[in-house]
Design a protein around this ligand. Structure first.
Ligand SMILES: Nc1ncnc2c1ncn2[C@@H]1O[C@H](COP(=O)(O)OP(=O)(O)OP(=O)(O)O)[C@@H](O)[C@H]1O
Length: 488
């Protein structure tokens, strides 16, 4: 976005964000004939993001969790690799445990196998190897599965839903609840992609703002939505006959339970389903509260857990640059950009004000900059992330808070324009590691540059260095030769 005026650049960015938001709002029938069906809301429809009533601090927290989850989905365009083994706890420990190394072994319908390959999947991911045979077994088995974002959970349960529906039956057979409207849409997109060659199966979104005529009965086989609307559609409006449901999926359980009311609504939906309905629950984390909720939703479960790969700083070259002011930090940054080629970088600032200022300055220098800032709506943030992921912008400037919890594995250069500190001003080691670290064996080499502009920030840097017991080298950004060396 190398425009002269930063204001214009921001306008353009927001326009892009808006148009994406509109696109999502007006989800239309897929090209394959698989209707995103009744999801034809106008832009004036109430924003169905939280399904909650009164907004309080807890809701804010849950919205943050949901936003992080969405942004993490969007920034990533492929599978997170892991060498950790899955832990499996079978309902019946004596029954053999099947795991597959190829999609062929699953004996999928040819249309679905074609869909899977068209998505570029060559073989099942680590969690899919065990989860898929369990989900596709006859009689179907219940499952609680936990693994970090990006390990293939969504693709797995989408494949299970598509495998279990009978396209000749024109009524809902699979329900999938997600914590927010945006997350539901993302899953809907995966259903559309995977079901591309299976156009007889249709889906519909049960989300606020999607108003159906009273008395009507849904014909789509898959319903995906938020718990409040899904419950209304099953009980109050009877658009869905819950007794005919064969598969119930509860996605993002950890995000779900952070929203008041969602647990209750989900449990009420679950209570309406037949005893032999397959119950599947997925979560990225597994704290006690998620576990007790999971047990209420999924009777007699098989349990699959995949540990998160530890992040390390081993493959990362870390440097710091000494400056006296933010202007000097900016100058140092320009020198670095002048000396080495940086494909894509993420730059973290402490405040929105600094982030806005820095993005403006970089843009004036001719850089293609994206700015992620706390006051943006989640759709706007999503649009920024997607543009960055697609390489339309080369630099992403963001605040610490805004990017907390977002995985930035694909970015090879991370710049801490301000060092991460917690609310008491102490070094935030965990955020430092998460931002800069890479998972060991798959670790691509990375470069981290820390800007230090006061005695206090030097102290923080020293404490981070001590904490990880890894040297952070000093870099003189006035010396071009020295900068060039860091890229080699
Ligand atoms: N077997 C596979 N082979 C290659 N890519 C895959 C495979 N399964 C999933 N993917 C891709 O990996 C990415 C992450 O998958 P998926 O969204 O299913 O993970 P997830 O665990 O549900 O994470 P999240 O909850 O963040 O969506 C997606 O881009 C998906 O298309």
């Amino acid at each position: 976005m190398a425009t002269d005026s930063w204001a214009q650049a921001v306008d353009e960015q927001e326009a892009a964000a808006e148009s994406l938001g509109n696109l999502q709002l007006k989800e239309k029938p897929g090209e394959n004939g698989m209707l995103a069906g009744a999801a034809d809301f106008s832009n004036t429809a109430p924003k169905p993001a939280s399904d909650g009533e009164t907004k309080n601090a807890e809701d804010d927290d849950s919205e943050n969790k949901a936003a992080q989850s969405l942004l993490n989905k969007l920034i990533r365009n492929n599978l997170v690799n892991t060498t950790n083994q899955v832990e499996v706890l079978q309902k019946d420990p004596n029954s053999p445990l099947y795991s597959v190394k190829s999609f062929e072994e699953l004996r999928l319908k040819p249309q679905l196998l074609q869909g899977v390959y068209a998505m570029g999947f060559n073989r099942p991911s680590k969690i899919q190897e065990t989860a898929l045979p369990m989900m596709l077994a006859e009689p179907p088995q219940n499952l609680i599965a936990q693994s970090q974002s990006g390990t293939g959970k969504t693709a797995a349960f989408v494949l299970a839903m598509l495998s279990h529906v009978d396209p000749n039956n024109k009524f809902p057979q699979c329900l999938c609840v997600s914590p927010t409207y945006e997350l539901a849409l993302q899953t809907g997109k995966v259903i559309e992609q995977m079901g591309k060659y299976y156009p007889e199966v249709q889906l519909v979104y049960a989300i606020r703002g999607n108003k159906l005529q009273r008395g009507m009965k849904l014909q789509e086989q898959i319903v995906i939505g938020t718990p409040g609307t899904m419950l209304d559609w099953c009980s109050k409006f009877k658009f869905i006959d819950p007794k005919k449901i064969k598969v119930f999926v509860l996605d993002e359980a950890d995000v779900m339970i952070a929203t008041q009311g969602h647990q209750d609504q989900s449990i009420r939906i679950q209570r309406m389903l037949p005893k032999n309905c397959q119950m599947l629950l997925f979560s990225a984390t597994f704290e006690e509260s998620v576990w007790s909720f999971a047990q209420r939703i999924v009777p007699e479960p098989n349990i699959i857990k995949l540990k998160r790969e530890e992040e390390t700083l081993d493959t990362i070259k870390q440097y710091y640059v000494l400056c006296n002011s933010k202007e000097e930090k900016f100058e140092a940054l320009c020198n670095i950009y002048g000396a080495i080629t940086i494909a894509q970088a993420m730059i973290f600032c402490h405040t929105r004000k600094t982030a806005g200022w820095l993005a403006g300055e970089l843009s004036r220098e001719g850089h293609q900059v994206a700015l992620l800032s706390g006051e943006m709506q989640v759709e706007q943030r999503a649009a920024v992330i997607e543009r960055f992921r697609d390489g339309k912008e080369k630099v992403l400037v963001t605040t610490n808070v805004c990017a907390r919890g977002i995985d930035v594995e694909q970015v090879s250069v991370v710049i801490n324009f301000d060092l991460p500190v917690d609310k008491d001003g102490n070094p935030d080691n965990e955020t430092y590691l998460h931002r800069i670290g890479r998972t060991g064996r798959f670790g691509k080499r990375g470069l981290a540059i820390n800007m230090v502009d006061s005695r206090m920030s030097m102290n923080i840097l020293n404490r981070i260095q001590e904490h990880f017991n890894k040297k952070i080298e000093k870099l003189n950004t006035d010396d071009l030769d020295e900068i060039e060396k860091i890229a080699s």
